[in-house]
Design a protein around this ligand. Structure first.
Ligand code: SF4
Ligand code: SF4
Length: 191
């Protein structure tokens, strides 16, 4: 990784974008320790630009907010464009096969009931990353669709293992609560 530090800026010379992205943790360490602004010189792509934006937000809470909102937007676009759960009359593709009387997919489940945010079969919360990330085993088996937190560079490199668990498993949970949990398990730049 070739870079120069000058006038509170870290000027990063990028030749291979993928190799540079793999060095994100090092970039976070370098820029956070000395409060440097990251400037990219050379090739870039959407992922590297998001990484740069996140690194340049120096307040921890503001950085986490940016990451949370950006990843949720990517997930919303994917859900909207690919429509992989294929809901029809409130019945998803899995339950069309397994039990067509079951409405609302995994927002309603035997034993734990219906999520309190689901009103008239519509999610009224809209900010739960864990719900957006979730893909059931049926989707993987039948359509090869699976999502994990590490598929997204902003989560992969900016959060530690505990925080990733929080993001992946805080179902039915508003963003404000998830944010508090993330801040209580802060990312240590020496990890
Ligand atoms: S993830 Fe699976 S169970 Fe949940 S709504 Fe989609 S197809 Fe249905
Ligand atoms: S919060 Fe999650 S489980 Fe609840 S309605 Fe929205 S998507 Fe469904």
């Amino acid at each position: 990784m070739k870079y120069e530090i000058k006038d509170n800026k870290l000027l990063l010379h990028v030749f291979d974008v993928d190799k540079t992205i793999k060095k994100t943790k090092k970039l976070i360490r370098l820029c956070d320790r000395k409060k440097l602004e990251l400037v990219i010189n050379g090739n870039t792509n959407e992922d590297l630009e998001m990484i740069k934006n996140a690194i340049n937000i120096k307040n921890r809470e503001d950085r986490y907010n940016y990451i949370y909102d950006t990843v949720c937007k990517i997930l919303d676009d994917r859900i909207c464009n690919e429509n992989y759960c294929e809901f029809e009359n409130d019945v998803c593709i899995r339950f069309k096969k397994e039990n067509p009387n079951h409405k609302n997919g995994c927002c309603e489940w035997k034993g734990r009931g219906k999520c309190k945010y689901l009103i008239n079969s519509v999610c009224t919360m809209k900010t739960c990353m864990a719900c957006k990330l979730f893909t059931c085993p049926f989707l993987y088996k039948e359509k090869g669709i699976k999502q994990r937190v590490n598929d997204y560079v902003l989560i992969k490199y900016f959060f530690n293992r505990n925080q990733k668990y929080i993001l992946e498993c805080s179902f039915w949970t508003p963003k404000e609560i998830v944010m508090k949990r993330l801040l209580a398990n802060k990312f240590n730049i020496n990890e």
